[in-house]
Ligand binder design. Structure first.
Ligand code: TPP
Ligand code: MG
Length: 333
């Protein structure tokens, strides 16, 4: 959680310095994100919403290519083709953020149902925000998941806001976890800022899904302490007093309090964890930023198993143009 907090702060600074184009941070939601993903096995799949890319790091994806995605450079496994912060990689079984709210939910259910038909014991974690519970895809996904007993755990991060829209103005439903119940899915509301509570609930739901007992719906009650994204200014629509109240429930404070009470964490541990995270982030950013832009002709990769003549012709035309006027094409888009 300390590493993720450090990374998010650093990336928002880089965005303000114009070194990256966009960033979506997880500030305030670290426990909900990390503890839920920690309940999965390496073979399970994650279909994230907007703030769970870092689960890839937890699952062993290296931090440098992860950051290269944000720069959109040659070190990015996605070759700079996706919006910054939308990391994905099959090696850690994680698909991209869904920018279009809710679309990941029927996709996760379809993948989970396919796994069940194949007799696999794979579990699918489908994340969503409070806002996504008002999307049509939410209805389709929960209806199908319950009926087909698909091995999906829906993790709803209720961070109280959908950009500038508070939950109370978005839906007349008082409690989002009850929406899960309405579809016939075992559902619970959990303190999303408590690492242990999130892990216990997710672990139980994942185990049930793996046993073939169907989906679960978990509402993780948390709070978006930061802006919606680097393109947003919450001071224009949100009372700062509300943020101060939730800062007292910062998941890092809750986690530290728990560890200190258990006698396994000291002020020195805390200090060295922040220092190590700072050093690791600084090294990774320097390494990632040093990559050049993606080579222009990678534009034509991955489109066809057997590229038709028109793609070959366009590739050759681009190569000829770059050879004739290389300085006119710095490759920065
Ligand atoms: C279908 C659709 N409608 C609207 C948007 C614009 N939009 C982007 S993020 C967002 C809010 C999402 O809120 P929530 O689901 O609570 O997730 P959070 O950002 O709070 O993590 C909206 C409305 C979109 N991307 N897709
Ligand atoms: Mg939200």
């Amino acid at each position: 959680m300390i590493f993720l907090r450090t990374l998010d702060e650093r990336m928002l600074t880089l965005q303000r310095q114009g070194r990256i184009g966009f960033y979506g941070s997880c500030y305030g939601q670290e426990a909900a994100t990390i503890a839920s993903a920690a309940a999965l096995e390496p073979g399970d799949w994650i279909f994230p919403a907007l703030r769970e890319a870092s689960a890839m790091l937890l699952r062993g994806f290296p931090v440098v290519p992860y950051l290269c995605q944000v720069f959109g450079n040659a070190g990015d496994p996605a070759k700079g083709r996706q919006m910054p912060s939308h990391q994905a990689d099959a090696s850690v079984r994680q698909v991209s953020w869904s920018s279009v709210i809710g679309t990941q939910l029927p996709q996760a259910v379809g993948a989970a149902y396919a796994a069940r038909l194949r007799g696999e014991a794979t579990v699918f974690m489908a994340y969503l925000g409070d806002g996504a519970t008002s999307s049509a895809d939410f209805h389709h996904a929960l209806t199908a998941a319950a009926r087909w007993r698909a091995p999906v755990v829906f993790c709803c991060q209720n961070n109280h806001w959908s950009i500038s829209l508070p939950v109370a103005r978005q839906t007349a439903a008082q409690e989002l976890w009850k929406k899960g119940l309405a579809y016939g899915i075992p559902s619970k509301r959990i303190d999303g800022n408590d690492l242990g509570a999130v892990y216990a609930a997710c672990d139980e739901a994942v185990a049930r899904a793996r046993r073939g007992e169907g989906p679960a719906f978990l509402e993780l009650l948390t709070y978006r302490l930061g802006a919606h994204s680097s393109s947003d200014d919450p001071t224009r629509y949100r009372d700062p007093a509300e943020v101060e109240v939730w800062k007292r429930r910062d998941p890092l404070l809750v986690g530290r309090g728990f560890l200190e009470a258990a006698g396994v964490w000291s002020a020195a541990d805390e200090e060295s964890a922040w220092r190590e995270a700072g050093d690791r982030v600084a090294r990774a950013v320097a390494e990632a930023e040093a990559f050049p832009p993606p080579a222009p002709d990678t534009l034509f990769d991955d489109l066809y198993a057997d590229p038709p003549w028109i793609v070959a012709e366009q590739r050759a035309m681009l190569a000829a143009e770059l050879a004739a006027a290389p300085r006119a094409h710095p490759g920065r888009g």
